[in-house]
Design a protein around this ligand. Structure first.
Ligand SMILES: CC(C)(COP(=O)(O)OP(=O)(O)OC[C@H]1O[C@@H](n2cnc3c(N)ncnc32)[C@H](O)[C@@H]1OP(=O)(O)O)[C@@H](O)C(=O)NCCC(=O)NCCS
Length: 165
């Protein structure tokens, strides 16, 4: 992991761009669970085990800390070339409006897996204005589509063969 040094971050807040190990977060999954349970509406009730898998399967992970307390988080999945998607950007409610979300986003956008992608997508319900300030634009010409609850078991009967390439 490598601390970043953004401008205008409150003095007692430290941002971390996590390396492949993500050990600091993996050792504090209960804190991540609490942050998401208390300050997001879409990621409530995730188990620490699921969160650990989620972190390891993400290509970019950034967190914000005040002392030993996790106060912000964001992550991205990416193929590193064409498409990256940002997920789970959240700041502790008591610290919102201080510039932490912006710095978290800037650190996420600087991660090689995200910076290298041709297009960066995200989904938002109520924070469009926040992302617009970072250069994102509302997309008129595309529709968000959703398929919920599909599991590996559901598709195990598929006729698609596992490749060896
Ligand atoms: C959205 C969120 C991450 C923003 O973090 P933050 O630390 O409060 O944001 P910042 O203080 O860095 O704000 C940066 C700018 O965006 C603006 N902004 C922040 N949240 C906004 C929102 N929801 N809508 C519109 N503008 C917003 C701020 O006013 C600020 O503007 P300025 O640069 O002109 O002063 C945070 O409010 C949050 O965690 N909300 C709950 C979870 C959530 O909804 N996350 C988004 C999921 S898609």
């Amino acid at each position: 992991m490598s601390p970043t040094s953004p401008k205008h971050l409150p003095a007692d807040i430290r941002l971390i761009r996590h390396g492949a190990g993500r050990l600091r977060l993996l050792c504090r999954l209960s804190q991540l669970k609490r942050l998401l349970d208390d300050h997001s509406f879409w990621a409530v009730g995730r188990s620490p085990q699921q969160l650990g898998r989620m972190i390891l399967a993400s290509q970019a992970v950034v967190s914000a800390w005040r002392g030993g307390d996790l106060v912000g988080f964001g992550r991205a999945t990416s193929d590193g070339v064409y498409r990256a998607v940002l997920w789970d950007v959240v700041v502790d409610g008591q610290l919102q409006g201080l510039g932490i979300g912006r710095r978290l986003m800037e650190a996420l956008l600087e991660c090689p897996a995200v910076a290298g992608a041709e297009r960066i997508y995200l989904m938002t319900t109520n924070s469009e204005g926040f992302y617009e300030k970072l250069g994102f634009r509302h997309v008129q010409e595309q529709r968000l589509m959703l398929l919920e609850g599909i599991t590996a078991t559901d598709i195990s009967g598929s006729s698609v063969q596992r490749g060896h390439g």
